[in-house]
Design a protein around this ligand. Structure first.
Ligand SMILES: [Zn+2]
Length: 213
């Protein structure tokens, strides 16, 4: 089985406890094939070039053992810096977080903003079904049209993940929508790494033939 985990925090984030090397080496031990580092844009701040360079060096260093991707997690509640989309070309992808939150930016404004980013983009820990009810629209359809993937967040903090595992109707809706779905552990501390959940989510997506970014 091919195992990916595209959501991990390191000490570049205020709430990450491990170095990028520790995150990557733990992933190798856990049989992960692709590991994405996605520190918070707001806590990296001016160190964005340093962060990018550092993860690039890790990509090269671990190339024979695991594929490392350099991502960035972006908040959707306060407005991030306007310069951000311009620097996005350096990243493999960005994750926009919690778009289903009441305080998050408007979904259609978000779509306009996403178009300024020059890399792949995904929605992290966002219940797209809840968002669909709020806007009365086909959210996966809009996501597909704007090249936005959806994250299954396996951290255990978001009920929509368990809902997806058990709700046949929702699984079918996602599979038929044609959107790509990623798996993200949202790791802040490797001692809490939920290896079984990561594998389970990857296995389910592959079984359903849902494309992964
Ligand atoms: Zn996160």
């Amino acid at each position: 089985m091919y195992v990916t985990d595209l959501h991990n925090h390191t000490i570049f984030s205020y709430d990450g406890s491990n170095t990028p090397e520790e995150i990557i080496e733990n992933a190798i031990l856990c049989g992960v094939d692709v590991i994405g580092i996605t520190d918070h844009q707001f806590s990296i701040g001016d160190r964005l070039p340093e962060y990018y360079q550092y993860i690039q060096s890790c990509k090269i260093r671990y190339a024979d053992k695991i594929r490392v991707l350099c991502g960035l997690e972006i908040g959707t509640r306060p407005s991030p810096p306007q310069s951000l989309p311009a620097s996005s070309e350096f990243f493999d992808y960005v994750l926009f977080e919690s778009l289903d939150d009441e305080r998050a930016m408007d979904f259609y404004e978000f779509i306009e903003w996403r178009r300024l980013f020059k890399c792949k983009a995904g929605l992290a820990h966002t219940d797209i079904f809840k968002l669909g009810e709020r806007y009365g629209t086909d959210i996966p359809g809009v996501m597909r049209a704007n090249d936005i993937f959806w994250e299954l967040n396996t951290s255990g903090n978001y009920p929509y993940y368990y809902d997806f595992l058990t709700n046949e109707k929702k699984r079918r809706a996602v599979a038929e929508s044609g959107i790509e779905v990623s798996v993200g552990s949202d790791t802040h501390y490797i001692a809490e790494y939920r290896k079984t959940q990561i594998r389970r989510a990857n296995e389910l997506l592959q079984k359903l033939n849902i494309p992964m970014p």
